[in-house]
Design a protein around this ligand. Structure first.
Ligand SMILES: C[S@@+](CC[C@H](N)C(=O)[O-])C[C@H]1O[C@@H](n2cnc3c(N)ncnc32)[C@H](O)[C@@H]1O
Length: 286
């Protein structure tokens, strides 16, 4: 949703922008072209591998860009260290990037067989395999229901616990087969979609990071500064909607630019299937 982000952030030369989810630098490259000359983009990502790709993709723009491996929940610390006092624009493009989903070794995909890892930041110790093999059946059921909105959470967690009693579940392929066998019939999406989403969100504490980061990001925005958030599922989108409304109604210093979330165009969904779940919300600081 590069065009939509560009329209809502409405950047111009000289501005300071914070990209909280730099990923491989796709949005950043576009934003840099809008804020140069004289602008500055700070790019944060918790994934060292994505950052390495972003650095490569942003070669030639080093003077305009500062890249930090960090959790966006700690964005205040990052901005203070860089002595940035205020921002003209902030972008959150949530979820996973293609170098995470597309590499079997990262363990995010139920379509590629790899180690059951799912850590966005591989300096963290706990992996998805630790959750799947160590948590109680009740805890697994709760996670799968809460973060995957999976109606078969009970059946899936029971099956996981049965299967792990013979030998630990260490591969994404085996977990995907266990889930498929636990779920009756075939729906529109792969039966493992929601469980993999749930484990990833819980493991990486994604919703807590978003709840912590949004007020911090908004507090750095200048009057007239804009924020864009692209969410990929309803749990994330609900957090964004509530925080924007709270700051607009209760505190009164935010104007919503999108009443309903903006969806990707049919053309974009055609090119990139993941875009079908994207929902963009934007707001302007008053
Ligand atoms: C959809 S991708 C971003 C893609 C990017 N906008 C681009 O154009 O290449 C989401 C990125 O957010 C990062 N991410 C997710 N949660 C994060 C967090 N709490 N702190 C920092 N980065 C995070 C992921 O590691 C991933 O690289």
């Amino acid at each position: 949703m590069v065009e939509e982000v560009s329209t809502f952030l409405n950047c111009w030369p000289g501005q300071i922008i914070l990209d909280c989810t730099l990923g491989e630098g796709g949005h950043a490259r576009h934003l840099i072209s809008r804020i140069s000359p004289g602008g500055y983009l700070i790019g944060i990502d918790r994934d060292g591998a994505a950052i390495r790709i972003a650095r490569h993709n942003l070669i030639g723009h080093e003077k305009l860009v500062e890249i930090e491996q960090a959790n966006f929940a700690d964005l205040t610390e990052v901005l203070e260290r860089l002595e940035i006092k205020s921002l003209d624009g902030v972008l959150f493009d949530l979820g996973v990037c293609s170098s995470q989903l597309g590499v079997a070794e990262r363990g995010f995909s139920f379509q590629l067989d790899g180690p059951l890892d799912m850590r966005m930041d591989n300096r963290e110790k706990r992996t998805a395999a630790d959750l799947v093999n160590r948590l109680s059946r009740k805890e697994l059921e709760w996670i799968i229901r809460e973060y995957g909105e999976e109606r078969f959470a009970g059946r899936i967690s029971r099956r996981i616990v049965e299967e792990r009693s013979s030998r630990p579940i260490m591969r994404t392929g085996r977990l995907a087969r266990i889930i498929t066998a636990a779920v009756p019939g075939r729906g529109r999406i792969h039966p493992a979609t929601r469980t993999f989403q749930a484990l990833r969100i819980y493991l990486n504490e994604e919703l807590e990071a978003l709840k912590t980061a949004l007020p911090q990001a908004l507090s750095f925005l200048k009057p007239g500064g804009r924020i864009c958030v692209i969410a990929f599922h309803s749990l994330e989108d609900r957090i964004v909607k509530h925080e924007f409304r709270r700051q607009a109604r209760e505190i009164g210093h935010l104007q919503l630019l999108t009443k309903k979330p903006v969806r990707a165009s049919i053309a974009e969904v055609h090119l990139n299937r993941r875009a079908r779940s994207a929902r963009l919300r934007a707001a302007e600081k008053q």
